[in-house]
Unconditional design. Structure first.
Lengths: 224, 292
């Protein structure tokens, strides 16, 4: 049984690590993006949204090239941080962060933008610093968006296939996540195992989304 | 004493215009900025608070320089210690009424100030409520209490009562006046309501297209310096009806509908929706006291 659970556990470890890091990077980034007036903002927004439209294999292909020890970036990472990202768990985390970026950033950015400007102004006039405003006024009033963004990013990482296959391959315990395992089991006509993984993912995905809708209905929208 | 001179380019509905205003406000004075919307009243207020920066400007408050574009001085809004009431109240939706006031306290402030203000504004019963459950008038009172909780050196009020109905407005005007006197605080209110200006302000500055065109006591500014026995109201024409040789005008004055008779000559240049002044020259009106 432990053999069968491996890919599932790996999937949730990957999704959890990815989501935590993504949250820490993505929320401040969304705040910056919501407020910045720099010229190249459309270009940055387009870059953020790229994973939504690109075939995952395209992203995976370029990441694989960049991470490979042959490439200067891969060599630099290896030299500076001792990181080898191609065909490793760390590589999957990096790729998943990039791939799930818009799923967190979009709802959070939209929520920041829909907060009335006067809330920010009021807090400034009351003598509050940028960080006080961010943590005490802005973040608490976009809770529903933070929840949706986080859960979507998590769920999307759970469901990702193409990128993982390209840069992770199929190494048990390292990169063999559930979605890869399903594909693998089906290829070897082992339908029972595939069915087990697929069923677990199906039910869990539904429960996660159900949770979001139930909680968002209960939390009165802060800025409604 | 507040001395300010502000020069800023604004984008109005009819294209760009310059906000070029100079004003002086004495300690403890209550001043109104009066004028139609879109002439730069709110922007002037936001410049005073430091929420917007003019291209050129100078603001000194009791000798302390808040803004001097020539010398590159621009004190952050956090350091100006003004109390600002926003048109939409800007109460923090995630905090209770008490939470909003506590958040506004200065780090060295005595926590008792919150309870005092809640008592003073009769908000005690609402203190654990979230802003979204409050009525417009209640929100306005919380916003006023919050502005005062930060122990501001001046109070800036941006059309604070415009969203409220007439009865609550009058009550809250009394409240604002009472608190302004209680704390002896300098106050500047933006308003386009003559009644409000009359009631609250000692001095009114009339703004048109970015400049202050007239100023003085409300009586001097709105009555041209002379109160006569003339009886005059402004209102909007709701209906013009022909009656034999005369015409009947139905006019909305404040919240009251008045019917008056007009001659053909008078009616010729009028149409529905026009703003008119009803003046009675010859008769002294009867004054009847009403029960409350």
């Amino acid at each position: 049984m432990s053999h069968e659970l491996g890919p599932l556990l790996l999937t949730f470890r990957l999704a959890s690590v990815t989501t935590v890091i993504l949250f820490c990077i993505g929320v401040p980034f969304a705040w910056w993006l919501a407020n910045t007036r720099i010229r190249c903002k459309p270009a940055i927004e387009a870059m953020v949204s790229m994973p939504l439209v690109l075939p995952p294999s395209v992203l995976g292909f370029y990441l694989l090239l960049a991470f490979s020890p042959e490439h200067w970036f891969g060599q630099w990472l290896d030299r500076v941080a001792g990181l080898r990202l191609a065909f490793s768990f760390e590589g999957l985390v990096v790729a998943s962060i990039i791939f799930s970026f818009p799923f967190l950033v979009h709802p959070v950015q939209a929520a920041f933008q829909s907060l009335p400007r006067s809330l920010h102004d009021a807090a400034r006039v009351l003598g509050k610093s940028r960080w006080q405003i961010f943590f005490h006024v802005l973040l608490p009033n976009i809770k529903p968006a933070l929840l949706s963004g986080t859960v979507l990013a998590f769920a999307h990482t759970v469901g990702e296939f193409g990128v993982v296959l390209m840069i992770g391959g199929n190494l048990p315990g390292q990169t063999r996540v559930a979605s890869i395992a399903i594909y693998d089991e089906v290829e070897s006509l082992n339908y029972a195992a595939a069915n087990f993984y697929a069923g677990v993912l199906f039910v869990l995905s539904f429960l996660i989304l159900l949770l979001v809708y139930v909680v968002n209905r209960r939390v009165p929208n802060g800025h409604g | 004493m507040i001395c300010a001179s502000i020069d800023k380019c604004l984008h109005g509905a009819d294209g760009e215009f310059r906000l070029g205003a100079e004003l002086e406000v004495a300690e403890g004075e209550f001043v109104a900025l009066y004028g139609p919307s879109g002439v730069g009243k709110t922007t002037l207020l936001r410049c005073l608070a430091g929420l917007e920066q003019p291209e050129r400007g100078l603001i000194t408050v009791n000798g302390e320089s808040w803004l001097d574009t020539a010398q590159g001085i621009n004190l952050a809004p956090q350091l100006r210690r003004v109390g600002y009431m926003f048109q939409d109240y800007a109460l923090f939706p995630n905090m209770t009424v008490r939470g909003n006031l506590e958040f506004a306290l200065r780090p060295d402030a005595n926590k008792k100030r919150v309870s005092e203000l809640l008592d003073l504004m009769e908000l005690g019963a609402l203190q654990q409520r979230k802003p979204e459950t409050l009525s417009g008038g209640q929100k306005q009172r919380v916003a006023l209490a919050r502005a005062l909780a930060s122990e501001p050196r001046m109070l800036l009020l941006d059309e604070p009562l415009s969203a409220l109905d007439a009865e609550i407005r009058v009550r809250l005007q009394d409240e604002i006046l009472r608190l302004q006197k209680h704390f002896g605080i300098t106050a500047i209110i933006v308003s386009h309501d003559v009644g409000e200006v009359y009631k609250l302000a000692q001095r009114v500055m009339v703004m048109e297209a970015g400049t202050i065109v007239r100023q003085g006591t409300p009586t001097a500014v709105f009555c041209g310096g002379q109160t006569s026995g003339k009886f005059a109201f402004t209102g909007h024409i709701l209906e013009i009806e022909a009656m034999d040789v005369l015409f009947s005008l139905t006019v909305l004055v404040g919240s009251q509908i008045v019917r008056v008779v007009a001659s053909r000559d008078e009616v010729q240049q009028l149409q529905q929706g026009d703003r008119v002044m009803l003046v009675s020259k010859a008769f002294n009106p009867m004054v009847l006291k009403l029960a409350d």
